[in-house]
Ligand binder design. Structure first.
Ligand code: PLP
Ligand code: COI
Length: 340
């Protein structure tokens, strides 16, 4: 059933699927991407032999539209999502969707559903979920030759706990292999994180923190966000790893941290080091910046900064990032695209 805009409680949206009036769809057939268009039907019809149902050719993206104070709408670095989507496609042996068409389609979906972009100051945003699946029939393990690309939109609130510290547990499982698909945004990585996250939630944790899959010695990332720490010396550090998603929020924060004099660096971070950070956080589109209150490992809880308060470095980074996203502050050139 279509979501009525008047039924939305902007301050209590959660992070759940809702069926909005319009989505964008384009199909790949006969070796090329066909012209796409906005459609109303939120369902997909698939053959039982469709590649996606058996061998998992799926990639996706996540980006947000922000209502500005003047009523216009901002997109945050959509060209970066378009580019990562093309890289994910390459890793999954899928035909890349043209990056300029990706950004154009995102804009079309936002404008078509624009009354669903939450009001300025509600703390909510319109989340865009572009994805692509292999649709042609296969039986042997092989790539499809037909694909569907879609973008749907959903108004959302905080994904983790917003700017309140959350508790994490170090997982004994891996979500992605060392030279596997961790750098691609593909459903398989999330499928392998489901059991660990169910167990983590059951035990009261917000999510898992995954270790590097080769040695289980270094911090990799959370199930749905990258990790950063602020060392005792005040340096912003974030893992360098072949098995993590190259987060657009992370890359943005590396720039903001540099400007704020935090001397940011991407390098391996041992778990012991992570426990001793002055502050730590999760960063991502859905997560924004969410402080880490504690990390539990082998039954021992390591509190980082505070379980109830957010540290000053995290707060400052959060404020600057969010101000740029909402257009309250000018960011580096090209980060924000404003649409009416
Ligand atoms: N890591 C994982 C596993 C994610 O799912 C996400 C979310 O997209 C991120 C990191 C953060 O990436 P980004 O900042 O581009 O949203
Ligand atoms: C995002 O931040 O866009 C993601 O895709 C993370 C997901 C776990 C909700």
């Amino acid at each position: 059933m279509k979501q009525k805009v008047e039924d939305l409680d902007w301050k209590n949206l959660g992070f759940v699927y809702r069926d909005l009036p319009y989505r964008y769809e384009a199909k790949y057939k006969d070796g090329e991407w066909q012209e796409g268009k906005l459609i109303e039907d939120s369902t997909l019809v698939l053959s039982e032999g469709a590649e996606i149902l058996h061998y998992g050719q799926e990639i996706f993206e996540g980006l947000k539209a922000y209502r500005r104070e003047d009523g216009k709408i901002n997109l945050f670095r959509p060209d970066e999502n378009a580019h990562r989507f093309a890289l994910s496609a390459e890793r999954l042996a899928m035909p890349p969707f043209p990056e300029d068409r990706f950004v154009e389609a995102v804009k079309q979906v936002v404008l078509a559903n624009k009354e669903y972009v939450p009001p300025y100051d509600s703390g909510a945003t319109l989340y865009l979920r572009p994805f692509m699946i292999g649709t042609s029939n296969v039986l042997g393990v092989q790539a499809a030759n037909e694909y569907t690309f879609r973008i749907f939109a959903v108004p959302v609130g905080a994904y983790i706990k917003g700017l309140n510290p959350a508790d994490y547990i170090v997982s004994e499982y891996d979500r992605a292999a060392y030279a596997g698909t961790g750098q691609a945004k593909t459903s398989g990585n999330y499928a392998s994180s489901l059991l660990p996250s169910v167990e983590a939630h059951k035990n009261g944790f917000a999510d898992c923190l995954y270790l590097d899959p080769r040695e289980h010695k270094y911090v990799d990332e959370f199930g749905g966000a990258n990790f950063y720490g602020i060392t005792q010396e005040g340096q912003f550090v974030t893992p360098k790893s072949k098995s993590i998603l190259i987060s657009i929020t992370k890359r943005s924060l590396l720039e903001l941290a540099k400007k704020q004099g935090l001397n940011p660096v991407e390098r391996q971070i041992t778990l012991e080091e992570a426990f001793n950070m002055k502050e730590a956080g999760a960063m991502g589109t859905a997560a924004v910046i969410s402080p880490v209150g504690s990390i539990t490992y082998e039954g021992k809880k390591h509190v980082i900064y505070s379980e109830t308060e957010t540290g000053p470095v995290t707060t400052k980074l959060y404020n600057e990032l969010v101000d740029i996203q909402y257009g309250k502050q000018e960011g580096p050139e090209g980060w924000v695209q404003t649409i009416d």
